[in-house]
Design a protein around this ligand. Sequence first.
Ligand code: GDP
Length: 286
Amino acid sequence: MTIQWFPGHMAKAKREVTEKLKFVDIVFELVDARLPISSRNPMLDQIIQQKPRIILLNKGDLADPKETARWQHYFQKQGYASLIVNAQQGKGIKNIVPEAKKVLAEKIAHRSARGLKPQAIRAMCIGIPNVGKSTIMNRLVKKNIAKTGNRPGVTKGQQWLKAGDELELLDTPGILWPKFEDAEIGRKLALTGAIKDNLLHMDDLAIYGLSFWQSFYPQNLTERYALSEQELDLPEAELLMKITEKRGLREDYERGSELIIQEIRSGKLGRFTLDRYQEMSVQSEK
Ligand code: GDP
């Protein structure tokens, strides 16, 4: 489910997150490991400012592991704690509390020096729609909590969910928008299924995907669609036609495009990362 973000929605979402931040010790910022930069909210730094943070690279199972390691290192170099997780299968989740304790070590030591009892860490999850906030929260809390609608403004009072003895989570995540006014980011988000299909033409999206795979994951493309070397080097539009034909869809390029996009999203074309560290790490530091 994806919402349309209007300026009013954005202002409201920002206000709500700002309000909730007051109650927490730490923020768990979720990003999609396939899009560690493009799946971030462009204003997040400004919104959360100095609040301690852990960046969780979620959907690590779908991303290219080499790129994920580079991005994790990149965030760490910028001074953020960061962990690679797979909320769906619960991988890496057990590292979250120890990492939060490390990030908050000074505050925790300060309390203990004053003879105060240890307190549960209070945290909230923040991220764009579909990044896995509900799935991670369910994992941390170890039960099924209702998914909050992807709409800012559904929150009533604040409630805390107990996640073991050492962590309490705000019951509603902070939902913020991605930077979708950037066409390249929009395509990347659409290709991973983070934003609605009908915002883009399927054939444009499939062609974008094919061109990306030709550059970065040619082997996966060759294997999946039994392509010859010559076919692999076809211009993207012709490659789309070729695959459509190979899949018995004749000249139905719309269906051919849908099939390719579906296969990319479900991982049939292998694990992938659309935000390339080499190209983007310098750019995003500016
Ligand atoms: P939210 O909108 O941020 O709360 O996102 P959800 O928790 O509803 O997750 C969106 C979709 O991503 C769901 O279909 C989840 O099953 C899926 N998902 C969440 N985490 C992971 C993960 O680590 N790996 C994979 N493969 N899928 C995930």
